[in-house]
Design a protein around this ligand. Structure first.
Ligand SMILES: [Zn+2]
Length: 203
């Protein structure tokens, strides 16, 4: 399994492609969907997954889906938001395009497989109502729920500080410390480092 990162769009969103055995899932193509498809070349994209429905995470879904034929999956509470995320939102930024309506709603406990890799879906509301984390193979795609030394904003559409606090408590128990966290923006970290140094996750 190989994880490839593409930094895309006006606020440097991390898009990740998990490639295994000639197949891939693409997580959070926030922009530049056609370019991501070109970069992946002959790899068969099995699914396009968004960790949540903000425009900077789904702006490239439509172009990537058009180029690859892959279906789009997201958690149901964020599905509607993703379909009108192309219009300028509270950040005043216009993103590439609205996402199409999802073909599958991901839920707690679903297992997403690609090649010989598999990832469990953990519902992680707080940054938005329909945020998810994908955990497996020693890594976790945490979207905008956890960052190195910080957590996602709760003042954007769908955000709730109280809900995020509950989610972080669950994630402390669910994500093994040695797990590499791959967030939606900025650098990777590990759960152990965040448990030690992130004020939102300590104790
Ligand atoms: Zn977001």
């Amino acid at each position: 399994m190989e994880v490839r990162r593409f930094v895309v769009g006006p606020i440097q969103t991390n898009c990740y492609a998990v490639v295994s055995d000639g197949h891939a899932i693409v997580i959070d193509p926030g922009a530049s969907g056609a370019a991501i498809a070109r970069e992946l070349g002959d790899v068969v994209v099995d699914a396009i997954i968004a960790t949540h429905g903000h425009g900077d995470h789904v702006g490239g879904v439509r172009a990537l889906a058009d180029a690859t034929g892959a279906p789009f999956w997201i958690a149901e509470p964020d599905a509607e938001r993703a379909t009108h995320s192309g219009s300028p939102g509270s950040l005043g930024i216009a993103y590439d395009d609205d996402a199409p309506m999802a073909e599958r709603f991901l839920r707690e406990g679903n297992v997403v497989r690609v090649g010989d890799a598999s990832f469990e879906v953990i519902e992680a509301p707080g940054h938005t109502e329909g945020g998810i984390v994908l955990l497996g193979e020693g890594v976790a795609f945490v979207g905008d729920t956890i960052f190195k030394g910080a957590v996602g904003r709760t003042d954007l559409p769908g955000g709730s500080p109280a809900v995020l606090a509950k989610t972080l408590k669950r994630l402390r128990e669910r994500i093994p410390p040695e797990t590499v966290l791959l967030p939606g923006h900025d650098d990777a970290t590990t759960m152990a480092d965040e448990l030690r140094a992130n004020p939102y996750l300590v104790g």
